[in-house]
Design a binder for this molecule. Structure first.
Ligand code: ARG
Length: 459
């Protein structure tokens, strides 16, 4: 098969090496449906405006429908020689319907075409991601609901701080993923604008109806500057930033799951179907899924760096640099979707071990703040109470006991304000129940939050 030159202007065919270097068809073919949808909307408008005939429009519809079928069935032959998804589809269209196929590109450039395709495709993916973020929140809510009363040592600096409800801890992640979904919704508004009509960079002399195309494609409006429309990829960067944050949230959860499943913590088990063994150590069961998710977070953050760097030195308007937006963007979408899907399932396979959690909470004087608060309520200024309790903790440490195990005489030795009722506040459950404030860890608050989230997700 002999290669041809690009056009009459060229005196020789493109070098084979350059052809491979510049081609994108092997990764951008995933834009095919968006490309066809964009072309159908463009052709419909061209016909309505009298730029092409009704017959040409009908032929284009017929041809594109056949191409869609060929691609879906795997019969379509993608050609490296035809560089990208756009030229592959257009060439096949012309092969099928002749001159009408050659008229499709009237008033259009690959520059506004590709920007439109990526936006259409990404819009669909954002909607899928929104659903997956909802599934994950639902799974976390289920786990929170089952374990609202379970006591977990809450940490700061990874040192035991105060007891919290395990359900409350899970709800913290629900908040994070809810914000991620909200961010995706914000990004979607700016993704969903139409570049078509910008043509190569300056607009076009044909009487195109850009608003009509936007409406056909269910877009929220048109890009208002042709140079900006074809050249900026800020929407892809913004999406990848939102995806990076979602992955960072998954990664933080992953880190906790890995720690909690280790023998030293023993707080949870992850169902076997999400774990792997060791080829040498027969006793091993490793939490590979959260570890891998933590690792893949680095990859997505890397894509964010790649895309933002891709943009920074580009003069207006379109430059071929922008072809490099696709692989990082596609991989970000794939990685995020797979990760959210697997986490939504894995969360349902987590077994909580309440005794181990409670034992750990008892080890770290987690109710010391409660003892200080108790004295404050009896009239001692907080800073003084803080100091008194520090002495009590020191004594308990020396004796190797919990605060609640110190006899009343010993406790009264630190402050005469201490009465027999002190032991209620020194229990983990008492501490938990006491934090009955909006956003706090008391099981009553946890239940209220679960109900609020469920109602929110149902709408
Ligand atoms: N494959 C190209 C891309 O992804 C399409 C636009 C090419 N435009 C051009 N003038 N070379 O950006």
């Amino acid at each position: 098969k002999k290669s041809e030159a690009w056009s009459a202007l060229f005196s020789e065919p493109m070098s084979e090496l350059v052809k491979r270097y510049t081609a994108s068809v092997f990764f951008d073919q995933r834009l095919w449906r968006a490309d066809i949808d964009g072309s159908l909307a463009h052709a419909e408008m061209l016909a309505a405006q009298g730029v092409i005939s009704a017959d040409d429009h009908t032929a284009i519809q017929r041809g594109l429908a056949q191409i869609a079928q060929e691609i879906e069935s795997g019969a379509f032959e993608w050609k490296l020689d035809l560089e990208d998804v756009h030229l592959n589809i257009e060439a096949r269209l012309t092969q099928l319907i002749g001159d009408a196929g050659k008229r499709l590109h009237t008033g259009r450039s690959r520059n506004d075409q590709v920007a439109t395709d990526v936006r259409l495709w990404l819009r669909g993916e954002i909607d899928l991601i929104d659903g997956l973020l909802g599934d994950l929140q639902g799974a976390l809510l289920g786990l929170a609901d089952q374990n609202a009363e379970v006591i977990l040592p809450g940490f700061t600096h990874l040192q035991v701080a105060q007891p919290v409800s395990f359900g409350h801890h899970m709800l913290a992640y629900v908040e994070m993923f809810a914000r991620d979904a909200e961010r995706m919704g914000d990004v979607r508004r700016r993704v969903n604008r139409l570049p078509l009509g910008a043509a190569a960079l300056a607009g076009t002399s044909y009487p195109l109806d850009r608003e009509r195309v936007a409406k056909t494609l269910a877009m929220d409006g048109v890009c208002q500057n042709s140079l900006d429309a074809v050249s900026d990829r800020d929407f892809a960067i913004e999406f990848t930033a939102a995806a990076s944050l979602a992955m960072v949230h998954v990664s933080r959860l992953s880190e906790e799951l890995v720690l909690w499943m280790s023998q030293s913590f023993g707080f949870i088990d992850i169902a076997d179907r999400f774990c792997t063994g060791s080829s040498i150590m027969p006793q091993k069961k490793n939490p590979d899924v959260p570890e891998l998710a933590r690792g893949k977070t680095g990859r997505v953050v890397g894509h964010l760096m790649g895309l933002i760097t891709l943009m920074k030195g580009q003069p207006l308007a379109y430059n071929k640099d922008n072809q490099e937006d696709k692989e990082p963007l596609f991989d970000t979408v794939d990685t995020l979707k797979d990760t959210l899907r697997i986490f939504a399932e894995m969360v349902g396979g987590i077994t909580v071990k309440p005794e181990a959690m409670e034992r750990a909470a008892l080890k770290g004087y987690a109710t010391a703040t409660d003892l200080a608060d108790y004295m404050v309520k009896k009239g001692l200024p907080f800073r003084d109470a803080h100091e008194v309790v520090a002495h009590a903790v020191k004594t308990a440490l020396q004796q190797g006991v919990d605060l609640s195990e110190l006899p009343i005489e010993t406790l009264r030795g630190f402050s005469p304000l201490v009465g027999n009722d002190v032991y209620e506040v020194l229990s983990l459950r008492g501490s938990l129940n006491a934090r009955n404030i909006l956003g706090g860890t008391a099981p009553a608050q946890v239940r209220a939050q679960i109900a609020r989230h469920r109602a929110r997700l149902a709408t």
